[in-house]
Design a protein around this ligand. Structure first.
Ligand code: NAP
Ligand code: FE
Length: 366
């Protein structure tokens, strides 16, 4: 039995400033990888710039990461990083910039390699990496995964390389600018990680410990989330600092769970839905969670998880998720394609502990 979680994680207010020496110790010139807007609004980018300035460490900013980052954007950032001779990378934002930062750290460390390297099974070095999350969903700050959009295949896929951040600096203040939909969608992503890690062929007592704790924390705040949806206001107007803190904790704990096991069928099914319908990641995963639980063969484990989350039945859980996420109609042709590609996705199928066929997967659409 093993669990390997090598990231140094700090979670507190003013985290970036407090740990600027550890951040600066990663190298002498940083590439700050972020999205187009949000990290300027929530203060995360400014905090990192100030922290590095205080430590007299130079940096250059790449702020073009789009949602569901593409291989093309990663390559563009590599060109800048190589030109600027950076020797470490800092990802700042939601899962998109954090995942992109991992792939960029790999590509800069291998500057003469072609982009196909991302999906080749080879042992290669990556530059040291720090991650600063501003959503509470993916847990990418502690996982080794980087999911990129492959336009040629009209889907998304995790790169073949496992790249753990050296440092994760978590400050829930950054989450306060999140929109209602982003906050709820990403909370459901974290919930999916906890569930898919627990009900997983790779599960052991360690990752289940993270899932159990994460689900208990989720039970404590789950009604705050529905309340927030009903009020329809920006989260900062209806959630307390404690709830923002819990959401960040849950996401990191859920990341620690999937760092060990990987995700399962709801994540595998979500990627074509995100690509073709532009549905945010958390929502695209969340719509498959009720079907996943209803079809899962070990009913005792499902009951235990539902109880831990504070639900009596799968139906209660389904209603809850529908209120948070809204409904989503997947067109028949996309659903047929999705099921077909899921049955070819050995990486995800091997994480599901039972045999699964086309008929069983069709029951995941509710
Ligand atoms: P995201 O794509 O990183 O961000 C979604 C949107 O939220 C963007 O418009 C972003 O704006 C904005 N945003 C981010 N933080 C904000 C804040 N604090 N306030 C206001 N707006 C904010 O969303 P995500 O759900 O966190 O990440 C999804 C990606 O992560 C997907 O590609 C998914 O496949 C991947 N993922 C990775 C893992 C893993 O283990 N590595 C696990 C699950 C999912 P800007 O663009 O302006 O920044
Ligand atoms: Fe996810």
């Amino acid at each position: 039995m093993q669990i390997y979680l090598p990231t140094n994680v700090y979670s507190e207010t003013d985290c970036v400033m407090n740990h600027r020496k550890e951040l600066a110790a990663l190298g002498s010139r940083a590439l700050l990888v972020t999205g187009k807007h949000s990290s300027r609004i929530n203060g995360a980018l400014e905090d990192v710039q100030k922290a590095l300035q205080e430590e007299r460490t130079s940096y250059v900013v790449f702020d073009e990461i789009e949602e569901n980052p593409s291989i093309e954007t990663v390559i563009k950032a590599r060109t800048l990083g190589v030109q600027e001779q950076v020797d470490f990378v800092v990802g700042i934002g939601g899962g998109s910039p954090m995942d992109a930062a991992k792939a960029i750290a790999l590509m800069i460390a291998n500057p003469t390699e072609i982009q196909e390297l991302l999906y080749q099974k080879r042992e290669l070095p990556a530059l040291p990496l720090a991650e600063i999350p501003t959503t509470a969903g993916t847990g990418s700050e502690v996982t080794p995964y980087a999911i990129l959009t492959i336009h040629a295949r009209k889907t998304k896929q995790s790169i073949s390389h496992k790249i753990y951040p050296s440092l994760a600096l978590i400050d829930s203040r950054y989450l306060k600018t999140a929109s209602l939909n982003t906050l709820l969608d990403t909370a459901v992503d974290a919930l999916a990680h906890l569930i898919e890690s627990y009900l997983n062929a790779n599960a052991n007592v360690y990752n289940r410990m993270y899932s159990e704790k994460g689900l208990s924390l989720f039970a404590e705040i789950k009604d705050d989330l529905t309340q927030c949806r009903r009020q329809g206001k920006e989260p900062v107007l209806s959630l307390s600092d404690t709830v923002f803190g819990s959401l960040m904790q849950i996401a990191a704990i859920a990341g620690m769970a999937i760092a060990h096991t990987g995700t399962s069928l709801p994540h595998g099914l979500s990627y074509p839905v995100t690509y073709e319908m532009h549905v945010p990641h958390g929502k695209a995963v969340g719509i498959f969670l009720p079907g996943f639980l209803a079809c899962y063969q070990n009913k005792e484990e499902v009951e235990m998880l539902l109880k831990r989350m504070g639900f009596a039945t799968v139906e209660d859980f389904t209603e809850y998720l529908q209120e948070l996420l809204g409904k989503l109609e997947i067109p028949d042709h996309l659903w047929d394609e999705d099921v077909k590609s899921m049955l070819e996705n050995q990486e995800k199928l091997k994480n599901y502990p039972f045999p699964i066929d086309q008929q069983a997967l069709y029951a995941f659409r509710r």
